[in-house]
Design a protein around this ligand. Structure first.
Ligand code: PXL
Length: 277
């Protein structure tokens, strides 16, 4: 059985980070080890959330895993709690990277042109360094603009997105995917760029009228699960985009749907069909 480790926070209520990565990647048939970076009462779009930083746990947990000779088919990082954690994860990558496994970084720190409340530009710059050590990076356009220094635009053309992808791989990763990319009214999607083959792939689908928190984490978790299941990144990004869109659609049509996250749980049977299960 494949095993990955995902390193991000636990937002106890919020349908993001570990509370989506664990169920999604596990449902995809992959053992999902976790290294929590912080425990929050909710994600940071709620008011008055609590937060217990777990930076001091990264090194001892990693040292124990090393002594037990535990390895991973992929290392997937998401929302991190401090710049110090970024430094510790650079070392974690060096210790756990092998010739065969994949390091996948989702620089979850910003959206809609703005950094999340806990972060500043220094943090974004450091996150760019972590992305440089990854095989695959999964930012949205806002995060990519902070890391590459390119101007953030809400309206853009294909050239702007391609330039951004090229700037992302210059940070050091082999492959970069940009999420939330749409070139026409009513559509959104993902564009990826592989530096080794110098190829771009774009996948788009209907853009739903509502957007929800945590959907970036759902995309990234599904992408990681699909890649570890042997799908090429071009296929994995389609599976992940379709699952994310379906989760949004189900939530929009649920009159009891909550504001803070999507009903991805109800889309899991469809995801398993997409995997051929
Ligand atoms: O979905 C990204 C995310 C993860 N974790 C926490 C967050 C957010 C986005 O705001 O606040 C704690």
């Amino acid at each position: 059985m494949k095993r990955i480790v995902t390193i991000q926070d636990i937002s106890c209520v919020g349908k993001c980070s570990l509370t989506v990565a664990l169920p999604i990647i596990s449902a995809m048939g992959v053992e999902t080890a976790i290294l929590p970076t912080a425990v929050l009462s909710t994600h940071t779009m709620f008011q008055n959330f609590t937060c217990k930083d777990l930076t001091d746990q990264v090194e001892p947990v990693a040292a124990h895993w090393k002594s037990e000779k535990i390895g991973f088919d992929a290392i997937y990082t998401g929302y991190l709690a401090s710049e110090e954690q970024i430094n510790l994860l650079k070392k974690f990558f060096a210790d756990f990277k092998t010739e065969k496994n994949l390091v996948i970084v989702d620089p979850a720190m910003a959206d809609n042109g703005k950094l999340y409340p806990a972060f500043d530009e220094d943090f974004a710059h450091k996150m760019g360094e972590l992305c440089g050590l990854a095989d695959i990076v999964l930012p949205n356009v806002t995060e990519a603009s902070y890391m590459t220094g390119m101007e953030y635009r809400e309206v853009y053309d294909e050239e702007y997105i391609k330039e951004m992808l090229r700037a992302l791989v210059k940070l050091g990763a082999k492959t970069a995917l940009l999420t939330g990319v749409g070139f026409e009214e009513g559509k959104t999607g993902v564009m990826g760029y592989d530096s080794a083959s110098d190829t771009f792939h774009y996948y788009s689908h209907r853009k739903h009228a509502k957007s929800y928190h945590g959907t970036g984490d759902i995309f990234s978790s599904t992408f990681v699960g699909a890649v570890v299941n042997g799908f090429a990144w071009e296929e994995a990004m389609k599976i992940a985009a379709d699952f994310t869109a379906e989760s949004i659609y189900i939530t929009m049509n649920d009159e009891n749907g909550c504001w803070y996250g999507v009903n991805f749980e109800l889309a899991i049977p469809g995801l398993l069909k997409a995997l051929g299960r």
